[in-house]
Design a protein around this ligand. Structure first.
Ligand code: URA
Length: 282
């Protein structure tokens, strides 16, 4: 464990400050293989799913966190998940390094569920669910919606990404019947009345005006069939819907029906938008 390293230290260099050591208690059996090296205590607690970074700082300040048996109340202390033993309210907490996240390019015709009692084709058929136990979809896409569907094994991360307070932007391409007027596009942007209330401001652009139009629609809410219902509300039925991005993730050229694992950088970005890690450099 070490105190905060100089602010301008390059996190990627792998160098870490060492001016306040707490004797390491050795590796515990509960710890997974380390990948990240030393990290700030509040980040460790957030990664362990104990609390957000801010709430973790409060736990630390309140003296509820021990590192290698010693109370730590100052900010900036770093811990090595491979060697330090962290306790919160007397309980050992660990960072699981096993979590994975992946994106699937969902085709039409699959329901968003990991098992379907009715035996319909479901997204579980398309992802490596046995290889990654606990994998589940973050939110849902309608059966006929295509595009980016995110899966995680970390329930804390999944919940935070869906939490309304984080306003994670999801972008869709919506092909609609007919061509919405400027006023209708304005209504979609500012809010339309649905049976479950007004929609929050959305990012809407008219992209293509054939006999039918294509709209780019970015929403920060996640209500059931929201985009389709928004289009209906302005009188333009949604004929096809495709999600092109989820927060910082872009579907890119991933072929339909295929998945790919997210890398550590993408996972960090996701944790940032989920409020699980602050934007400040370590
Ligand atoms: N909005 C919808 O209407 N359907 C989806 O699948 C996703 C967002």
């Amino acid at each position: 464990m070490s105190r905060r390293s100089p602010k301008n230290q390059d996190r990627r260099s792998g160098r870490h400050g060492t001016d306040q050591q707490v004797p390491a208690a050795g590796r515990t059996a509960a710890m997974g293989p380390a990948q990240d090296g030393p990290m700030r205590l509040q980040r460790f607690l957030a990664r362990a799913g104990v609390a957000s970074r801010r709430a973790s700082e409060e736990l630390i300040a309140a003296g509820r966190v021990l590192v290698n048996g010693q109370p730590v109340q100052k900010m900036g202390v770093k811990v090595d998940p491979d060697h330090d033993v962290v306790q919160v309210d007397g309980k050992v907490v660990t960072v699981s390094q096993e979590h994975v996240a992946l994106m699937l390019h969902k085709p039409a015709g699959y329901v968003t569920t990991m098992s379907d009692p009715q035996g319909r084709a479901c997204v579980a058929d398309l992802v490596p669910a046995e290889r990654f136990p606990g994998l589940y979809p973050v939110g849902r896409l309608d059966r006929d919606t295509t595009g980016l569907l995110l899966f995680v094994t970390d329930g804390g991360l999944g919940n935070q990404l869906l939490h309304p307070s984080h306003h994670v932007l999801k972008r869709y391409l919506a092909q609609v019947r007919g061509v919405p007027s400027r006023h209708q596009v304005h209504l979609l942007r500012t809010g339309v009345k649905l049976e479950d209330g007004m929609t929050a401001p959305a990012e809407v652009e008219l992209l293509d005006c054939g006999p039918d139009a294509t709209l780019s629609i970015g929403i920060r809410e996640g209500r059931n069939r929201q985009v389709r219902r928004m289009c209906d509300a302005v009188g333009h039925e949604c004929l096809a819907l495709h999600r092109s991005s989820f927060g910082p993730l872009e579907l890119g050229d991933l072929p339909e029906g295929e998945w790919r694992l997210l890398d550590e950088g993408e996972l960090d970005l996701l944790r940032q938008v989920a409020g699980m890690e602050g934007g400040t450099a370590l």
